[in-house]
Design a protein around this ligand. Structure first.
Ligand SMILES: [Zn+2]
Length: 266
């Protein structure tokens, strides 16, 4: 079966992961910009990272038969220093023009702070002005519902951004309905120790339906699994869902959302 992995941080993964993913049918990935595990100290540090995403990582993926796309932004964890954040926002447009960049992401909130909200709004203004797709990270655990509501309110203030061009990721049982009801695409993240297990994710699909939703591993430098989507597809199959529905969830849906950017291809 063919898979699209729509949210994975391949700069943190090994070449063995690329080989395992290609063997399992994951030959197309999209990589949002994210926090490196430490705070970058300058705009030049971000420029180097954006070059890595748009050039080096794309070339490395191609060596293993995987097509690589990416998203550009400043992570909410990097929003507290507003001076640095604005220096980075100023260089983002030149990267958005590159051939493998699908839009602005993953933006959002982490601790729901004032500066995070300011930087989120400045990214949204850029997305509206340029007509970019938007990929949103929602905060973890107890702040998730509050953060999701704040993010949805912020996006609604930008009338030029329509909900069908925004995916709100890392949804769980208590936020999936809020995102859905507001008309946005929904992302479910499969993590070995937090976020959704395959069983929880498939329960959510059975509750909320399979339209406007994607599943991803969000694999990065922490405990995570680049084959998580393949394992979740097995859980769907075990429960007796038809092959066409499984392919819809793991291939057709991410393709439909991502294809809103003319730069996406499988
Ligand atoms: Zn991520």
């Amino acid at each position: 079966m063919r898979f699209i992995e729509p949210h994975i941080h391949m700069v943190s993964r090994t070449t063995d992961d690329y080989q395992a993913m290609a063997l399992a049918g994951i030959r197309t990935v999209s990589e949002p910009a994210f926090w490196a595990g430490f705070d970058r100290g300058s705009a030049q540090g971000f420029r180097d990272y954006f070059n890595q995403l748009t050039m080096t990582e794309r070339a490395r993926a191609a060596l293993y038969g995987v097509k690589h796309h990416c998203w550009i932004c400043l992570n909410p964890k990097e929003a507290e220093d507003l001076t640095l954040a604005r220096e980075v926002l100023a260089i983002i447009p030149e990267f958005l023009d590159r051939p493998s960049v699908l839009g602005i992401g993953e933006i959002g909130l982490n601790k729901n702070s004032r500066n995070e909200l300011t930087v989120l709004e400045e990214h949204l203004a850029l997305a509206e002005q340029r007509g970019e797709l938007v990929l949103v990270h929602t905060p973890h655990l107890e702040d998730k519902l509050k953060g999701t509501r704040l993010i949805i309110d912020a996006i609604r203030n930008f009338k030029g951004i329509t909900p069908d061009r925004v995916l709100i990721d890392h949804a769980e049982e208590h936020t999936a309905g809020v995102i859905r009801d507001a008309g946005f695409w929904l992302g479910l993240t499969l993590y070995p120790t937090s976020k959704c297990s395959p069983a929880r994710a498939i329960d959510l699909l059975e509750t909320h339906g399979t339209d406007r939703v994607w599943l991803n591993s969000a694999a990065d430098w922490g405990i995570s699994d680049p084959l998580a989507t393949v394992k979740a597809s097995e859980e769907m199959r075990r429960r007796g869902h038809p092959e066409a529905l499984i392919e819809k969830v793991f291939f057709d849906n991410p393709r439909a959302f991502l294809s809103q950017s003319p730069k996406f291809s499988v």
